[in-house]
Structures are given as C-alpha cells and as structure tokens.
Design a protein around this ligand. Sequence first.
Ligand SMILES: [Zn+2]
Length: 277
Amino acid sequence: MSALFPLSFVPGHREPESPGDAPLVFAFRGRELLVTPEGALPAVEQIDALGLEAVRRQYVGALHGKHCYSLELAPKIPPPGALEFRDLRMLFGRLDPEHHAVAGRAVQIVEWDRTHQFCGACGEKTVQNEIDRSRQCPVCQFPMYPRLAPSMIVAVEREGEILLGRSPHFPPGIYSVLAGFVEPGESAEESVIREVYEETRIVVGDVRYFGSQPWPYPNSLMLGYTAKYVSGEIDTTEDELEDAKWCHPDDMPNTFPGNISISQWLLNDFLERARSK
Ligand SMILES: [Zn+2]
C-alpha cells in the first residue's frame, strides 16, 4: 500500500565516501520541500547552481542505488530562481511517489536533527552517533532518536454501516473514520477500543489489523484497524468530535477526496465489500 517498495530503498545514516551518480537532494525550508514548478525533485546540478547555504545536511539512504541527502535550509530563505517550496501534503500526485516517500523520511530526519542539537536532560551540546541514527549527550550519555508517534485509525462497522465522525478542524461537512494517538503503556488494539469509546461512547471488539502508513505530518505512524460494534449509543458530548454517525454505503456524507491516506483506504475497503454483497 505504501508507495515505496521496501527493498528499493536502503536507509543509512553514515555518509558514503562519494555521492555517486545523480544523487537525490531533498532540500527543506522548515517542512517545505524545494521542488520545480511541476512539483518534481530538482536535479542536483540545479540545486548546486543556486549556491544555497545549508544549515545542516544528512545522509538519508539510497533509492535504487542513488544516494539521498536531506538539506536543512535557513528558515526564511526566499524561493530561489525558478524553484518553489511546497508542503509535502500538497505534492501527493505530483512528486514521484517514491521520491515522496523518501521526502517523508527526510523531513523527519531534518526536524530531528534541528531540534536535538542540545541535550534535553542536561543542556550540553550533543554529538551525532556513529553506530546508528541518533545523537547523544557526551556528558550524561542521554540518547536522542528521531521521534515517531504511533497513532491508530479505525473503521468501525455495525450491520453494514460504518461509524464516521467529524472533527471541528475538518473542512465543513467532511466526515472520516476515527483516529487517535496511542498512549504510553497501551497496545494499539487497546488504543482503538479506548479512543472509539472516548470519542463516541461506543464499545467495539473484534479489532483486526488492516495495514499501516507513515504520516510525516509531523511524525505519525498510522496503524489501521477494523473493528465491530459491541454496544452503546453514539454520544459525542464528552470529547473532541463535533458529530458522529452510522453511515450506510448508499447514503455516505462527504469525505476527504482522493486515495492517498489510510483513512481513505479503510473507507474504500468498506465500500468495496459493501458493494460486492
Ligand atoms: Zn546530557
């Protein structure tokens, strides 16, 4: 389901001796990627010619044998020449899917590197570790890895209907499957049951794994599940949802357009199964 075939990309933290032929450079201003007006990754020569000064640089790994680098540019740098800065979410369907997947890794490495220059425990300047992708404090030895926040997303079904909710942050009229962060000390399945109950007062069971998707906005790993209704009536007064309802395939509310995220894959899976009956 992910755009990146697992074995076409070899992650790495140690920079090779030479960048080799046609390396791929993912240059970021904040979380925005430097792209051509068509939304493609610029050639390395095109980036080099701009003479941009990188605050920091990281080796990310190799895609089909081509070395990939991330560059952190100064936060307020104007768009150089004919190139543009674009949020990765705006580049779905434009940037090559494999480049998009590597860019999702690269932006998180850039962000981790930028925010872990000093020890969170004692304040000392940190150093990059040789053995893995981490920085470490030379005084108190505190290690710092890129942050990854596991989140769950779930399609709850009851007699041919699906439970959809509306967050106040969604565009008007849009509904989606329920989602939330996994808390320290709970399994992903426990998190599914807790979140659905907290948001809607519905009790679910038969929680089954569906698939996952990295979601680097800013650093989630979305774990997708399906679950079955057990008991309860919808009540959204206790939590963050504006509304929730059971939806029949023939009477669906508006949902996020496209087929780029696991919320849409879950929804499409439900609709396909419903229509094949
Ligand atoms: Zn320290």
